[in-house]
Design a protein around this ligand. Structure first.
Ligand code: ZN
Length: 394
């Protein structure tokens, strides 16, 4: 260290670094000891505060001259190449980012939004580079809406480890295709099951990249429930109108009763609902169809499960309820990758903790100007990455 200046008026401590008598440096590329070539002009790094004072390091980084790699800036012990912050400062910023929104952390540390995001972005790049090629046995392919409208992200989750492996823009086949390129051959072969929505672009991508995909794709249970639930709702809406026109209010205001879990209702609500569902209404029949279809997931063995489905499907197709007939046809077409659930027992709900975190990221995402920012934040908070700067992990 050469000298320290305290600037009371601006509340800053300036520390000027000097490397003394050293005239030889390891090449940053190959580590060979080389002669010093020259110095870069003075640069500044924000360091951890000294008491309440912002602390700035100043130095002229030496450049080495390697016979093989030429003139290079030497590796600095306190900062990563290109950063305006010391590694210790970045480590602190990363801890704050984990615990609060980006704008709050920036405000607290006296950084601009862009500086804060730069620290996050570099942390993610490091973490992704450090990630080991571990086996991934059960993965979930999911989509997330970003802002309003048809603005989506594609996510690949590691269901066993509860972390996000991959995020891409849109929800096209090409969005998911990018994921497979990040895997080693062994990793691709280690994939035993893929939970996903019944979404053709994703199906096409899995089929093109995962060997024996037909046995491994499991359409998500909650996605199936959602399709059935929407069909029940269509029946209810239509019937409510018809009844109302005849002056009958039986169904008015019951929308949520049909969507709720009957077992979780208060006893009084349940009694009321039971009267409704035994009323001979079309909506009650549609609801019973939905409940019976979901009983598929209670089976342990395939044979009785198939039998149950055939029986259910005949009932649904004869129900004269158009939305239920449509959903029964769809489930029939997709059935071979619904019943795979019995073998693999996976759903995207295993990524529930990931989803909760992503909700939080979205909630604190004010100031995210584009999707790429949002993608960095998802990797940062949900990627299970080693984000620490520099040598702290070596
Ligand atoms: Zn070299």
């Amino acid at each position: 260290m050469e000298r320290v200046e305290l600037k009371l008026e601006s509340g800053e401590v300036h520390v000027y670094l000097d490397h003394g008598e050293v005239r030889q440096w390891p090449c940053p590329e190959c580590g060979k000891t080389c002669r010093q070539y020259d110095h870069q002009p003075e640069r500044r790094w924000r360091h951890l505060d000294t008491c309440q004072y912002q602390t700035i390091l100043h130095a002229e980084p030496p450049r080495s001259e390697c016979g093989e790699h030429g003139v290079r800036v030497v590796k600095l012990s306190w900062a990563e190449p290109g950063s305006h912050f010391t590694a210790l400062f970045e480590a602190l910023a990363i801890e704050w980012l984990k615990a609060s929104s980006q704008s709050a952390a920036a405000k607290l540390l006296g950084l601009s939004w862009d500086e804060m995001h730069g620290i996050m972005e570099r942390a993610v790049e490091r973490g992704l580079k450090r990630r080991q090629a571990e086996p991934v046995q059960q993965i979930g392919v999911d989509e997330k809406a970003f802002r309003k409208g048809h603005n989506y992200l594609t996510l690949v989750n590691d269901l066993s480890r509860g972390r996000v492996l991959y995020v891409a823009e849109e929800r096209k086949q090409s969005s998911l295709d990018g994921f497979w390129a990040t895997l080693t051959r062994e990793q691709s072969q280690s994939i035993a099951a893929v939970a996903m929505d019944m979404w053709d672009p994703f199906i096409a991508s899995v089929e093109a990249h995962v060997p024996d995909a037909a046995k491994k794709i499991v359409f998500d249970k909650f996605h199936v429930a959602q399709h059935l639930g929407e069909a029940v709702d269509q029946v209810r809406r239509k019937e409510t109108k018809t009844l109302k026109a005849a002056g009958d209010d039986t169904l008015t205001g019951t929308r949520y009763d049909w969507l709720r879990n009957r077992a979780a209702m208060e006893p009084r609500d349940r009694r009321e609902f039971d009267t409704l569902r035994h009323s001979g209404l079309k909506t009650a029949r549609a609801w019973a169809l939905k409940e019976t279809a979901m009983a598929l997931y209670d089976y342990v063995y395939e044979r009785p499960c198939r039998k149950h489905f055939r029986w259910w499907q005949n009932w649904a197709l004869r129900s004269r309820l158009k939305p239920m007939i449509a959903v029964a046809r769809m489930l029939k077409r997709r059935f071979e990758n619904i019943i795979t659930y019995l073998r693999h027992r996976i759903t995207n709900a295993a990524s529930e903790s990931i989803n909760a975190k992503i909700q939080w990221v979205k909630y604190t995402a004010r100031g995210f100007r584009n999707k790429q920012n949002f993608i960095h934040a998802i990797y940062f908070h949900c990627g299970g990455l080693d984000l620490a700067p520099l040598s702290s992990t070596k």
